[in-house]
Design a binder for this molecule. Sequence first.
Ligand SMILES: *Cc1c(COP(=O)(O)O)cnc(C)c1O
Length: 369
Amino acid sequence: MPRPTYAEVNLAAIRANCRAVKSRLAPGVRLMAVVKADAYGHGAVPAAQALQEAGADAFGVALVEEGVALRVAGLARPILVMGIAPPEEILAAAEYDLALTADCPDTARQFQRQAEAHGRRLRVHLKIDTGMSRLGVRAEDAPAAAAALARLDRLVLEGAYTHFACADGDAEDSCRRQLWRLRGALEGMRAAGAAPLMVHAANSSALVRFPETHFDMVRSGLALYGIRSCPDAARVDLCPALSLKTRVVHLKRVLHGEGVSYGHRWTARRDSLVGVLPIGYADGYPRLLTNRGQARVEGRLCPVVGAVCMDSTMVDLTDVPAARAGLEAALIEADHDSPISAEAVAAACSTIPYEILTGIAARVPRVYV
Ligand SMILES: *Cc1c(COP(=O)(O)O)cnc(C)c1O
């Protein structure tokens, strides 16, 4: 018997989101489904299978081992490793036909040496930094980097891409500036005789907000899991795929004036019934939700009372009629309008839904419906 705490993942929702995202793209524009970090906590292999069924053309991962896991599970579409593969993982990338990201000529030369040593060829996407100030060659250096890469006979310059820093915010001119730098870099690459086969730039937010960023392919993650990366994402019919559920394992009478949990950070202001939920911060339910989170029990929102512990969280069930052990408690609901949507839980923790979803621990079983 699995523990009563689990993340329920609706694969039909993931498929529907994939189709909704694809419908925003002009014919011929491909969709790279980003499934890094265990598909944002949804389970990489089941999510990738659902996405492939719904028409995802390629997959994006952060790590070589994430790409290998997809191949081992039988996923055959192109896979791009968006992080920088360390030298000791380059051979695996070649063996499992993963495209790698080169962020500078040195990385490309490293790839070439490894590919040559093992008699392999490698697909490479050149990352161009147009303003994120993270990975990538600076836009003005991209033509020379691409030309250098094109001279390395073991590498195929399959793509060139950039990543937006502010696609989800108000800073529209920042995106336009990045786009302008990307176009300049691409022009320089063409002039240098090192044009990539494919160009991509947009994440979920840019894909919704700026069609001019679509190029040959978009890279979408969050939207495929039904979560809005920015308010404009409400224009796409997205259905959240994940809910986090558990059961009340114990019911405790707490008298007026008594404290609950570590530090007694909550004190009962009336005689109360407190439910113990077998989920805590080690499961990815943030400790920041101490006295702040809510659980839905029997249709009612019940406040988290006292400190969230490593393995347990307490909720006030005084107002739940016939409260008893065994009742289901939802901590994240798959509904944009719920006060405990992934977006709302993230806001209560002053963070973004990405962190809440990817933070759900491996010890929480994923149950697919
Ligand atoms: C994670 C990631 C994405 C996907 O971003 P979403 O906002 O989830 O759509 C796209 N590109 C790169 C480089 C990424 O790291």
